[in-house]
Ligand binder design. Sequence first.
Ligand code: LMR
Length: 397
Amino acid sequence: MMFSHLEPYAGDPILSLNEAFHGDPRDHKVNLSIGIYFDDAGHIPVLACVREAEARMLAESGPKPYLPMEGSAAMRSAVQELLFGADHEALRSGRIATLQTVGSSGGLRVGADFIKRWLPASQVWVSDPTWDNHRAMFEGAGLTVHTYPYYDATRGGLRFEALREALARLPARSVVLLHACCHNPTGVDLTREQWRALVPVLRERELLPYLDLAYQGYGEGIEEDAFAVRELACAGLTFFVANSFSKSMSVYGERAGALSVVCGSAAEADLVLGQLKATVRRNYSSPALHAAGIVSRVLGDPALRAAWEADVAAMRDRITSMRRALHQALSATRPEHDFGYFLSQRGMFSYTGLSAPQVDRLREEFAVYLVRSGRICMAGLNTGNVERTAAAIAAVV
Ligand code: LMR
């Protein structure tokens, strides 16, 4: 047999857990595993603006040619305005190369392949901890991946000085993967002051920041969550940013994302775009028409855009209210524990500090599913399950 020597796949820590959740017959099960926003009834919402964009697409339905390797022009320019602001100098001077990609994961991987080819001596540093798939993606592209200090387990906060010192020692042209907002898995973000303090280190060490912006709007707001992107662009740094609409438009399976590379000049951006197109062609050839149709319409039509902004605010506010409810319920039952991190952390995730055996107990005894690192997806909580979840956590801590 040709493939009998293969190692069995152990499964993905997040996706396999989500599959296990769906196979669990218990009615009272709670899914806090995967980074998906569920509404208060436990459903993935279909945003009215997305439905309307799709209705218009159906009404205009015509031929379905391939998109170019770099994706839809309308989506690419809408993404640039969303990320950088329409008046940003980097945008006006044409020094940003943007491609529509297959989700932000597609963007991350295309960027990683590009780096491997054109900066082959560069190595990658990711936060400790980071999204499980970051390391796999960069290593899959043939790059060596290391970690820099990030999470402070004693306070549920950030080890900013250790982070800055670690970056200050990196070789020139090292790639530094940073979460622009709503850090996955910890929910611990840099403050604006900390981003500003990091810029001189990135510049002086000639580092290559690679921002992952998968949760725009879930932190402080759509504009506010683009702060790091704009700050690095204003500082004149060269960097990558992969962004996603999976969560912000609730279009997970459409694979709507983009990759932007901010360059030193328009001529350099042209070169970069050309080689990114070549990378895409070797990879998946071109991205999806449907994703481009949704994103360009929602961002480009003033009424749909306003409706989307309101939806994002409502999703963010619901998560905040769940953070408060969980904090309150846990603090009432286990007053000796400090659960303040649920309130200070931002976005979909919080890092609970629960050990793998405690996580296993939650799943096996209480049907509460979270990733074995102790990451909890707050967006899986709702008014119907938060008390039950708090009681289960209180029982295992
Ligand atoms: C997550 O971190 O749960 C999400 O980004 C979904 C995924 O693909 O892992």
